[in-house]
Write a protein that binds this ligand. Structure first.
Ligand code: PAF
Length: 290
């Protein structure tokens, strides 16, 4: 049987920096896959893509406290570091960087990265401070691992847009790559937080994506106005996700995240829904150019 290579588990700031810079000095290309752990098929697809496109793959595993608001699920966030290490090894990851909070944030840390404007839209409205925490930790991870590529899932579209803007504005020599959302057989976007869904809510959850697909087919039929498209999707959600509560459903410009009244060129229809203990997000890219 073929042996999987050993994944190095590193928790120390100096060691990860030394390792990544040594790889660079040897001429190796490095990819970073930032995660908060509790790996699923979505994470593995990012790691596999990175494996196929660079010489060395670093996965960070850090449940970042600064991106959780008061009353959010920081304590409850699902964790299984041993299983994660085994999965990372299977996926051919070279180093798993798993620092503790004290290592990532020095005492009296007071420097923040904010991506103004973009961080106020969509999830930013109901999760104030969330994207400041994300941008800060991702900037720190970029500094620690000096990656040529950093790979993110497109399920968190706003996060991807914000990280891209942050990398460009701060001149990180890192290409930010967005990879397609991985879905369960019934269309539900895979997420570590899906474990919060009880069976009753799990049965309703795939309708979130079906509503987005409905929007795409309405556009194919000729609908262009955002309010009309969203009214039809809301009607569908009302019937098929009766226990859910909308946080937002917005048609936005894919790069600026500004709401669009009328579809032109390309747009993203993004949704966030509370369903039982879970807050689900998803999106679909809609293009008139296709
Ligand atoms: O998407 C996530 O898991 C997190 O927001 C990230 C990018 C790892 C930053 O903590």
């Amino acid at each position: 049987m073929e042996q999987c290579p050993v994944v190095q588990i590193i928790s120390d700031i100096e060691s990860i920096q030394t390792k990544c810079w040594a790889w660079r000095a040897q001429g190796a290309t490095v990819a970073l896959v930032p995660t908060m752990g509790y790996f699923h098929a979505g994470h593995i697809s990012l790691m596999s893509w990175a494996r196929d496109h660079t010489d060395k793959v670093v996965v960070s595993l850090f449940v970042n406290p600064t991106q959780f608001g008061p009353g959010e699920d920081l304590e409850a966030y699902p964790r299984d570091p041993e299983r994660d290490a085994a999965m990372a090894r299977e996926a051919g990851v070279d180093a798993l960087f798993a620092p503790d909070t004290g290592a990532m944030y020095a005492p009296e840390s007071s420097t923040w990265v904010g991506v103004e404007g973009l961080d106020q839209r969509l999830c930013g409205r109901s999760r104030p401070g969330h994207f400041r925490g994300v941008a800060t930790v991702v900037a720190k991870l970029f500094n620690l691992t000096a990656p040529h590529l950093a790979v993110f899932g497109r399920k968190d579209w706003q996060q991807l847009v914000i990280v891209r803007r942050m990398a460009r504005d701060l001149n990180f020599p890192t290409q930010v790559v967005g990879r397609p959302t991985v879905r369960e057989h019934d269309g539900l976007a895979v997420s570590s937080r899906n474990v919060y869904l009880d069976p009753h809510h799990r049965a309703q959850a795939p309708n979130l994506y079906r509503g987005l697909q409905l929007a795409a087919s309405l556009v194919e039929e000729g609908l262009r106005r955002s309010d009309e498209i969203r009214a039809r999707v809301r009607d569908f959600y009302g019937r098929t996700i009766p226990d859910g509560e909308e946080d937002y459903l917005e048609l936005v410009h894919p790069g600026r995240l500004e709401p669009m009244e009328e579809l032109e060129g390309e747009a993203v229809l993004a949704v966030a829904y509370r369903l039982g203990k879970a807050r689900l997000i998803d999106n679909i890219r809609i293009s008139l150019d296709d």
